[in-house]
Design a protein around this ligand. Structure first.
Ligand code: DQA
Length: 148
């Protein structure tokens, strides 16, 4: 499978940013963990992080044009505000799994809203970095089902 892993604003600050919530691992260590997991599963993966909403829209579209089989996305705070990201996921019709490192439902009430969720096949929240691997597994299961 070809999996695109897209991270939104402030996720480049992992390790520095609120470690009590997001842990002490860096963005680089997150990427390395997912790369290793994809290698072990025979999957190709591509990574993208941006602090800019439009750049994230562009990357979702790029996943489509580059023949991705699925997307794992942590839209960061754009989860709670962005209809543009929702529309981008709807437009490409790829299987997308929404990931949050923290348990967004157990935090401030404004984090309970997710616009993108309506177009995702699943949401993984509150599982820390391993949540991204869980999301990749969901995409793999979904892919297998599609091939069966
Ligand atoms: C987050 C949760 C969001 O509410 C927050 O704005 C983030 C990170 C998470 O991974 O837990 O930037 O998506």
């Amino acid at each position: 499978m070809k999996i695109f892993v897209i991270n939104g604003p402030n996720l480049n600050m992992l390790g520095i940013r609120e470690p009590a919530i997001y842990g002490s691992g860096t963005y680089k260590s997150l990427v390395e963990m997912i790369e290793k997991n994809c290698r072990e599963n025979g999957d190709e993966c591509e990574f993208f992080q941006s602090n800019h909403e439009g750049a994230l829209v562009d990357e979702i579209q790029r996943a489509y044009f580059d023949g991705a089989d699925g997307i794992v996305i942590n839209p960061g705070a754009y989860t709670h505000t962005s209809i543009a990201l929702l529309d981008a996921v709807k437009a490409v019709k790829l299987p997308v799994v929404e990931v949050h490192i923290s348990d967004v439902d157990a935090r401030e009430s404004f984090r309970k809203t997710s616009y993108i969720r309506a177009a995702c096949i699943a949401t993984v929240s509150g599982e820390g970095f391993p949540g991204y691997l869980h999301a990749c597994d969901i995409l793999r299961e979904n892919h297998k089902k599609g091939e069966a």
